[in-house]
Design a protein around this ligand. Structure first.
Ligand code: PLP
Length: 273
């Protein structure tokens, strides 16, 4: 018998193609040494070419999954992915309060504000942005928007480093303890610059830009790698640095799959490439 590993919970949608969503989260948790639990929010019909539809799980069932995991197994840290609708977001916020997941609670909470897939398929209802900003951001230990999500959430179309700083301040004003503004989509920059901000100090985290079309599940995997470290008690800045190194490798080892966009890969951590 082995010792029980730390536990992380993902509150996320299923990707039938196995590239992103809860499948990417669980893979990442495993290779980062934590046991993964899941509260499923939606089931997408998806392959490497795109999302052709999804059904939402009833909000009360999403909340019950969170309660079932937290009250028996316990949650070291949690993250969100696709939340689909405002009623699901409200149910997640209430359940997380109840079981003390959140930056004022016992378990750190990473909110990845997933709004659309990289192919542009909408994964969050328009009216759900208010719930994300008003109900989930104030409870978050860390939020991890990409630049498309920044535009939707705070209306800043980031084209420069100065605007990335401005966006970090605007997002922090919504209540999370830490903000990570991911600049990977700023293609004019030679490196990927992610900006970390805790309300007083900015940290610029750079990584090399890898030339690959296969980055499906990249955002989910980064947030999961960060969450895996928070579940093991790491400070936020250390967890984010680990996540950056992890995702850099995962993008470098991404593989083609189907006719469209392949996923970032965790296999380098479990076998020689
Ligand atoms: N499908 C699901 C279920 C997701 O949770 C996500 C992202 O979080 C995606 C698709 C989109 O992933 P990508 O932006 O890599 O296409």
């Amino acid at each position: 018998m082995s010792a029980t590993p730390p536990v992380a919970l993902t509150i996320a949608g299923s990707d039938s193609g196995g590239g992103a969503g809860l499948q990417a989260d669980l893979r990442t948790f495993t290779v980062c040494g934590v046991h993964g639990c899941v509260a499923v929010t939606a089931v997408t019909v998806q392959n490497s070419v795109g999302v052709s539809g999804f059904v939402e799980i009833p909000p009360s069932v999403v909340a019950d999954q969170i309660r079932a995991v937290a009250t028996d197994i316990g949650v070291g840290a949690a993250k969100t992915g696709m939340l689909a609708s405002a009623p699901i977001i409200s149910a997640v916020a209430a359940a997380c309060d109840e079981v003390r997941i959140g930056h004022d609670g016992d378990a750190p909470f990473v909110v990845d504000p997933v709004a659309a897939s990289m192919h542009g398929d909408q994964l969050l209802a328009d009216e759900a942005l208010d719930a994300l900003r008003g109900e989930l951001f104030p409870r978050a230990t860390l939020v991890t928007p990409n630049l498309d999500e920044v535009r939707l959430l705070v209306g800043i179309d980031v084209r420069s480093r100065e605007q990335q700083y401005e966006a970090a301040r605007a997002l922090h004003a919504l209540g999370p303890a830490w903000v990570l503004v991911k600049g990977g989509h700023l293609r004019a920059e030679p490196e990927c610059l992610d900006l970390l901000y805790d309300g007083s100090e900015f940290t610029e985290l750079t990584s090399k830009r890898v030339d690959t079309p296969h980055t499906h599940g990249g955002g989910d995997s980064l947030a999961s790698a960060i969450t895996s470290q928070l579940a093991q008690g790491a400070p936020v800045a250390d967890a984010v640095r680990f996540g950056k190194r992890y995702i850099e490798q995962a993008v470098e080892h991404a593989y083609p799959l189907g006719a469209g966009t392949g996923p970032v890969s965790p296999f380098w951590r479990v076998r020689a490439p």
